[in-house]
Design a protein around this ligand. Structure first.
Ligand code: SAM
Ligand code: SF4
Length: 330
């Protein structure tokens, strides 16, 4: 069965945020003193997460990505990966900061995880410490190679590019994809009221157009077939490269017009859009004793009316958005 929204878009992808907690406090994601974490009993339990995943799969979800906060800080994450990994999915992936990932990567793979996105914004250990406000470069780097070794495919690197902070490393990241089958994806920095940048620091933004033009000055980028590289990244190959390069522009129209995703926040709200402030309170609905059938019908009804055609934002609107990336999962 296909799950369609009110604009006829097929919704087949769920981002499942399993915690709002994180060991890092990346400059673009969290304020310097961190955010107040919600009490643990407000997080969805594994039973609830599995139940919601099951119902959404029955409705048409084919791909699930576990994210956070940092998913690996959730206690017994492997147990959840086993549960979700046993469901009928076309694709099961995780987005992680990679700090604790290499320790359990083999078990995750054996439990059914197919692919991984590891966030890495710099190849310089001291700069890493400054950007993540945590000393973790070598462990994250090891996770990338271990992920390839155990067979996760593809292994994607997410680099948030910030002008004057790490934009001098763009070509070093491009080069990572020359000899390795890595997908290196450059993400345009999104200022939000919770990140280090805000309206007054928009000068940290290096637009995707500008970034792509810079890369194209040195490399011949060959756009990949968008059908193969479905998702927000516009992927490109480069002759002689084993890996690929992608650009993620959160503001671009293509992002919304082909949006196939919904998000479950760590607090159990089903969000139709990364930038929605509201969401459907699935946790409250489940904890009030509603059946799976009621849940199915409620989601079906709401997805038709509530998933917006476009996110409402221009760059200058960002400050008003209460998006906490560590709660919504980026
Ligand atoms: N902790 C995990 C990680 O860092 O990969 C998963 C959650 S994190 C919120 C998901 C993604 O959102 C990461 O790739 C991160 O780089 C990205 N992200 C967070 N804040 C961002 C921002 N202000 N602009 C662009 N991307 C951001
Ligand atoms: Fe944590 Fe990921 Fe946010 Fe960095 S981007 S602070 S690792 S949730």
């Amino acid at each position: 069965m296909a799950l369609l929204d009110g604009f006829g878009r097929k919704i087949d992808y769920l981002r499942l945020s399993v915690t709002d907690r994180c060991n890092f406090r990346c400059v673009y994601c969290m304020p310097v003193h961190g955010v107040e974490f919600v009490p643990r009993d407000e997080l969805l339990t594994f039973d609830e997460l599995e139940r919601i995943a099951r119902v959404l799969i029955e409705l048409g979800i084919e791909k699930i990505r576990i994210t956070g906060g940092e998913p690996t800080v959730r206690k017994d994450l492997l147990e959840l990966v086993r549960r979700i990994g046993s469901l009928p999915l076309q694709s099961f992936s995780m987005t992680t900061n990679g700090y604790a990932f290499s320790e359990t990567v083999k078990e995750f793979f054996d439990a059914g995880l197919h692919r991984v996105n590891i966030s890495l914004d710099t190849l310089k250990p001291q700069r890493f410490k400054d950007m993540a406000r945590f000393d973790g470069f070598h462990r994250v780097y090891r996770s990338i190679w271990r992920s390839m070794e155990v067979g996760l495919d593809p292994v994607k690197i997410n680099m948030v590019v910030m002008k004057g902070i790490n934009d001098d490393e763009i070509f070093d990241f491009v080069e990572l994809a020359r000899k390795n089958p890595l997908h290196v994806r450059f993400i345009e920095y999104m200022p939000s009221s919770h990140s280090y940048g805000n309206r007054f620091q928009d000068d940290r933004i290096l637009t995707t157009d500008r970034l792509k033009a810079l890369v194209a000055e040195r490399y011949s980028l060959i756009p990949s077939d968008p059908k193969i590289t479905a998702g927000p990244a516009k992927m490109h190959t480069i002759e002689g490269f084993k890996g690929a390069i992608g650009f993620i522009d959160p503001y671009a129209d293509h992002f919304c017009s082909t949006c196939n995703r919904i998000r479950l926040t760590s607090l159990g709200k089903l969000k139709w859009c990364l930038f929605s402030n509201e969401g459907l309170d699935l946790k409250g609905f489940l904890r009030s004793g509603n059946s799976d059938e009621h849940l199915r019908n409620w989601i079906l009804e709401k997805i038709l009316t509530d998933k917006p055609a476009h996110h409402p934002l221009g760059i200058s609107d960002m400050i008003s958005v209460n998006t906490v990336f560590s709660q919504v999962g980026g």
